[in-house]
Design a protein around this ligand. Structure first.
Ligand code: SF4
Length: 360
């Protein structure tokens, strides 16, 4: 509900729209029309819904509205990565990143303003938590980015993939995130397939299981350490759900077809980049359909204690995994020059204090 006390149609599921229409005496099939207007044609005003009668539109507009994130700033990196700063209705700001790679165009979504997980290598850890994003605000990041890059196209335009990997821990906002995912998957809406959406978590083990029970999407886990001692130091969540608990939850996560869980492993010089770490990583993941995403750390002046390993060290780690037939990707940092790379999202307006960081 906004300051003007009207219901926000954006973020409503089909079932919510059926209920709203029933309350004003309209037929249930009109909910499908609303889904198409909201999420396929991405309209921002009820008056644009031209197959509803004038009377219906006026009635709806007297009760409801369609929210829209305000884009305050867009930055383009040397490598083409684009970062959007959006203003929310309450004045808070979030960032959304658009990353192009080969035939993929991926939107990286934020799910919270701030984050309470406190990972030591992420600027969010220092800035804390402000609030949860609503389903409308999560879905609207996709809608607004598509509006900005492909205004005349319907549905998702040229965007191929979504990752929930921006600011915040998605599983710490499970209700709104599941609602947003349901909407993103509507085949008469934005038309993403579950294969093309990946949720990344720092390891809230019970919520991993709940996510798998409620909706089908791909899962990524930010692992980053192979001992509980180091992981608890880097990621406080490990004190609640240790490696054994986390990996047990991953084993219970339903994986349709030949899908695998992605394990993200940020390589920090001298901390987790030894061959002994690589050996433990192989052992930990031996009973899970897994692929590993190696991410050499992006150094940042605000995190001077963490360094990127030397290239030979990265290569030795990578080769160790490849020789054991693991599927490994090394992620080249995208958008580091505009602070759009992993762990660098901030939600900053120029001149404002730094607010939050971004997830891995
Ligand atoms: S890495 Fe992700 S979960 Fe950890 S503090 Fe940053 S945003 Fe939160």
């Amino acid at each position: 509900m906004s300051a003007n006390r009207k219901l926000n149609l954006k973020g409503m599921l089909r079932a919510d729209l059926v209920e709203l229409l029933a309350a004003i005496g309209k037929e249930r099939y009109r909910a499908d029309q609303l889904v198409r207007w909201l999420y396929r044609h991405r309209v921002s005003r009820i008056e644009e819904m031209s197959n509803l009668s004038r009377d219906s539109r006026e009635h709806l507009a007297s009760l409801s509205y369609i929210s829209s994130l305000e884009c305050l700033k867009e930055q383009v990196s040397e490598d083409g990565t684009r970062k959007f700063l959006f203003r929310l209705e309450d004045g808070n700001t979030i960032e959304t990143v658009l990353i192009g790679e080969k035939e993929r165009l991926t939107i990286c979504l934020s799910t919270q303003v701030g984050c309470r997980m406190g990972c030591k290598f992420c600027l969010t850890g220092a800035s804390g938590f402000i609030r949860q994003l609503t389903a409308a605000e999560i879905v609207d990041q996709v809608i607004r980015v598509v509006d900005l890059i492909a205004p005349r196209q319907t549905a998702r335009g040229p965007v191929t993939n979504i990752v929930l990997m921006g600011m915040g821990e998605p599983l710490d906002n499970l209700e709104e995130v599941v609602r947003a995912l349901e909407i993103l998957l509507y085949d008469d809406g934005l038309q993403f397939s579950s294969r093309r959406i990946t949720l990344s978590t720092c390891g809230l083990a019970p919520k991993i299981i709940e996510l798998g029970e409620r909706i089908e999407v791909s899962l990524a886990v930010s692992l980053n350490a192979t001992t509980n001692e180091l992981r608890s130091e880097l990621m406080p969540v490990n004190r609640r759900y240790d490696l054994e608990t986390l990996l047990a939850a991953c084993r219970r996560f339903p994986l349709p077809g030949r899908r695998r869980i992605t394990f993200e492993y940020i390589l920090f010089s001298g901390l987790n980049d030894s061959l002994e770490d690589a050996r433990r990583l192989v052992r930990l993941l031996s009973s899970i359909p897994a692929k590993i995403n190696l991410i050499p750390f992006n150094e940042h002046p605000d995190l001077p204690e963490f360094k990127r390993p030397a290239p030979e060290r990265i290569e030795a780690f990578l080769n160790y995994l490849l020789e054991r037939n693991l599927t490994v990707m090394t992620r080249r940092s995208k958008g580091a020059d505009i602070s759009a790379a992993c762990g660098q999202l901030r939600g900053l307006q120029s001149g404002a204090e730094e607010v939050v960081g971004g997830g891995v």
